[in-house]
Design a binder for this molecule. Structure first.
Ligand code: FES
Length: 159
């Protein structure tokens, strides 16, 4: 096993293993890893499985089931489209399709050059501006599919 997890996460897993039903902490553990490292690699998942003493398939099953876990590194520009109810009603699925077709990748992927990745979010609390798209920390409101190419270009130009 390649031990790659930071020591504070290893400690957290050890605390979890001392609790009853330690496997119920799996999602919390994976969240911590993603928050710190940015994504979940196969090695991370294997290490969690071994330390938590659950089958690897359980860990990868949970990681792939929930859309908020990233199984690949993020791009330099993380494009995130809100799929909360208000945004969905206002067409965020069409915005996602526009991003996918502009970048030539699908949701959850990162472009070959490592520049862009596409992900979805739950409501980010600005429903009045729906549909919203964020690129790293910047939020764009009332986004239409036709605006997408320009938004991506502008983000890349700003560096
Ligand atoms: S549903 Fe998208 S910001 Fe609330």
């Amino acid at each position: 096993m390649k031990n790659q997890l930071p020591s504070d996460i290893v400690e957290f897993i050890e605390e979890c293993t001392q609790q009853e039903h330690s496997d119920s902490y799996l999602i919390a553990i994976l969240h911590r890893i993603q928050n710190q490292i940015g994504w979940l690699s196969e090695d991370h998942m294997n290490e969690v499985a071994q330390r938590l003493q659950v089958p690897t398939a359980t860990v990868s099953g949970v990681a792939t089931f929930y859309h908020f876990f990233r199984l690949k590194p993020r791009g330099k520009y993380a494009v995130s489209v809100c799929l909360g109810t208000a945004c969905f009603v206002k067409g965020s699925d069409r915005v996602i399709s526009a991003v996918e077709s502009e970048l030539g990748i699908v949701l959850g992927e990162t472009t070959q050059d490592g520049q862009f990745s596409i992900e979805v979010s739950r409501c980010i609390g600005v429903c009045a501006l729906a549909p919203v798209l964020t690129i790293n920390e910047k939020t764009y409101s009332r986004v239409t599919p036709t605006q997408v190419p320009e938004l991506l270009r502008a983000a890349a130009e700003q560096g």
